[in-house]
Design a protein around this ligand. Structure first.
Ligand code: THU
Length: 142
């Protein structure tokens, strides 16, 4: 299965795109730059970076930026199949709770590669956010 092994080559374009977005991160307050890259069926890649604000709570995470960009490009369903999140932090950076919820809206099966300059680990969104609240619970989506 594609994207099941952290070392397999299909991650490389996504990692490159995520690091490029990382370079654009606007994080003057936390100094914690994050890059994200989503892969869609067919190979399209959409990126995001964190964009902070002087009004701290208004800042946006890289993952939600990437999802917003993808939806604006008409990429919604079928949802993304893989996500890379990169930082230079010593400890790998997982998506925050809010981003997990937003990602679950579009892809329950998402494979997430967390990476820094020296290591990579794969997680499944379903493991990071089990029993997600979805449109199904509203009786709207299936
Ligand atoms: N951040 C992300 O962009 N993604 C994550 O997965 C974790 C946190 C951002 C939010 C804020 O700009 C900075 O990292 C520090 O929390």
């Amino acid at each position: 299965m594609p994207y099941e092994d952290a070392q397999s080559p299909e991650w490389e374009p996504l990692l490159g795109a995520a690091w490029e977005a990382w370079g654009h991160a606007y994080a003057p307050y936390s100094r914690f730059k994050v890059g994200a890259a989503l892969a869609f069926p067919g190979g399209r890649i959409v990126t995001g970076c964190n964009v902070e604000n002087a009004s701290y709570p208004v800042g946006l995470c890289a993952e939600r930026g990437a999802i917003s960009a993808a939806v604006a490009q008409g990429l919604r369903l079928p949802g993304p199949i893989a996500l890379v999140v990169v930082t230079e932090a010593e400890t790998l950076t997982p998506p925050c709770g809010a981003c997990r919820q937003v990602l679950a809206e579009f892809s329950a099966e998402l494979l997430i590669l967390l990476a820094n300059r020296r290591e990579r680990v794969i997680h499944r969104l379903g493991d990071l956010l089990p029993y997600a609240f979805t449109g199904r619970h509203l009786g709207i989506l299936d």
